[in-house]
Design a protein around this ligand. Structure first.
Ligand code: CUA
Length: 174
């Protein structure tokens, strides 16, 4: 119980300033709501919806075989893999690692396969801030054409456990 209960005036008509505020908020909400489908076509940030069912163990096997075949080095115990320009790339998310380190050539379009071998992770390419959810049991295909040379971080943006903050990978573009 408050000492002075608020004045019971809520049933009175809203004032001009409040009406303006409510209208502005409603207009903003509706604009962003209708922008969602519009941005789906104009934003050019959407995955191509190419997704396949995959067995976790099978995907792990594919990534390992691919990494062994095109391995060019090692970084902190993780293989650095450089596939043929324009070829397939396999990236694996697992607690708490992105496997392997990938080396690509700028200007080439790669077919990047992404999957998880345990639970849900989130692929976030930094500092570009491109995000993609990775769900186990599904193999996602992303067509990637690196345009900028340098080293990019791949962080996990889906909380996946105690080592979530350690789940940092690397993408090298030459
Ligand atoms: Cu993987 Cu958080």
């Amino acid at each position: 119980m408050t000492i002075h209960p608020p004045e019971r005036i809520w049933w009175k008509p809203v004032s001009g300033a409040e009406r303006l505020y409510i209208s502005a908020a409603l207009l903003f909400t509706l604009t962003t709501f209708f922008l969602m489908p519009v941005w789906h076509f104009l934003g050019a940030q959407n995955p191509n919806m190419q997704t396949y069912r995959v067995d976790k163990a099978e995907y792990l096997q594919k990534v390992t075989a691919w990494a062994d075949k095109y391995k060019v080095g090692e970084r902190a115990g993780v293989p650095v893999v450089e596939p043929p320009p324009g070829g397939d790339v396999y990236l694996l998310a697992r607690t708490f690692q992105w496997f392997p380190v990938i080396k690509l050539k700028a200007g080439q379009t790669y077919r990047v396969h992404v999957s998880s071998s345990d639970l849900v992770h989130g692929l976030s390419l930094q500092p570009l801030n491109m995000n993609f959810m990775v769900i186990p049991g599904y193999e996602y295909i992303l067509y990637v054409t690196p345009t900028q040379k340098g080293e990019f971080g791949i962080v996990c943006n889906e909380f996946c456990g105690l080592g979530h903050h350690l789940m940092v990978g690397r993408l090298i573009v030459e």
